[in-house]
Design a protein around this ligand. Structure first.
Ligand code: MN3
Length: 236
């Protein structure tokens, strides 16, 4: 089998299996036959000003069209012509400690931001219901306690990183990761499926909130898309 055929087959296999957490969730982010070795920046599922006044339009526009776009470009460059080309992010994350740091940083950046956009919506917020709500209550005591712990996780992440609600084999857990790492990576302290993620890099809030990360986090709860989180909980 020549190299091109091999790449095509492994890319197709990657789409069919390891991309599962994205199935139904990122329907606009499917890679096509023509571009399956390339990662692509999907449009936001809402307008740049949809999350106002909690997250401002300019922050959203720069965050998506500049920051996220750069992760996608740099990720494609990092895997181009290597054995990693055509593999899904989930596949790469399983052995990320052995891969080039550019794949870790930009692959994490692409995955985390794609997730982040889809976990927010206009007129979001409130509290989760159903199985997810019950599981959060039984794990953390009640929703307010969960919010407090999750917010603290984001507040105490030194420098840049993410706060996560993670479905692990031992139940729901809250943790944070540095840089663009995430719980699917073999380097994560707490491994599992990320259900909810919060970007606490300064670029996510500095234009509107400057150094007040606590205000950004407090306001962010108003745009959480709990239906999307519940769907991930159900499917993971
Ligand atoms: Mn970001």
């Amino acid at each position: 089998m020549n190299r091109r055929t091999f790449l095509t087959i492994s890319a197709a296999a990657g789409l069919a299996t390891a991309a599962k957490p994205f199935t139904n969730f990122f329907s606009t982010n499917k890679r096509t036959i023509q571009t399956m070795s390339k990662f692509e920046l999907a449009p936001l599922p809402y307008s740049y000003d949809a999350l106002e006044p909690f997250i401002d339009k300019m922050t959203m526009e720069i965050h998506h069209s500049k920051h996220h776009n750069a992760y996608v470009t740099n990720l494609n460059n990092a895997v181009a012509g290597t054995e990693h080309e055509g593999k899904s992010l989930e596949e790469l994350f399983k052995n990320i400690s052995k891969l080039p740091v550019a794949v870790r940083n930009n692959g994490g950046g692409h995955y985390n931001h794609t997730l982040f956009w889809n976990l927010m919506k206009k007129d979001g917020g409130g509290a989760p219901t159903g199985d997810l709500g019950a599981s959060i209550n039984s794990t953390f005591g009640n929703f307010e306690e969960f919010k407090k712990l999750f917010s603290t996780s984001g507040m105490t992440r030194f420098g840049s990183g993410w706060a996560w609600l993670i479905k692990t084999e031992g139940g729901l857990k809250i943790a944070s990761t540095p840089n663009q790492d995430n719980p699917l990576m073999d380097v994560a302290d707490v491994k599992g499926t990320p259900l909810l993620g919060l970007d606490v890099w300064e670029h996510a809030y500095y234009l509107k909130y400057q150094n007040r990360r606590n205000e950004y986090i407090e306001n962010w709860w108003n745009v959480v898309n709990w239906d999307a989180v519940a769907e991930r909980f159900k499917n993971s």
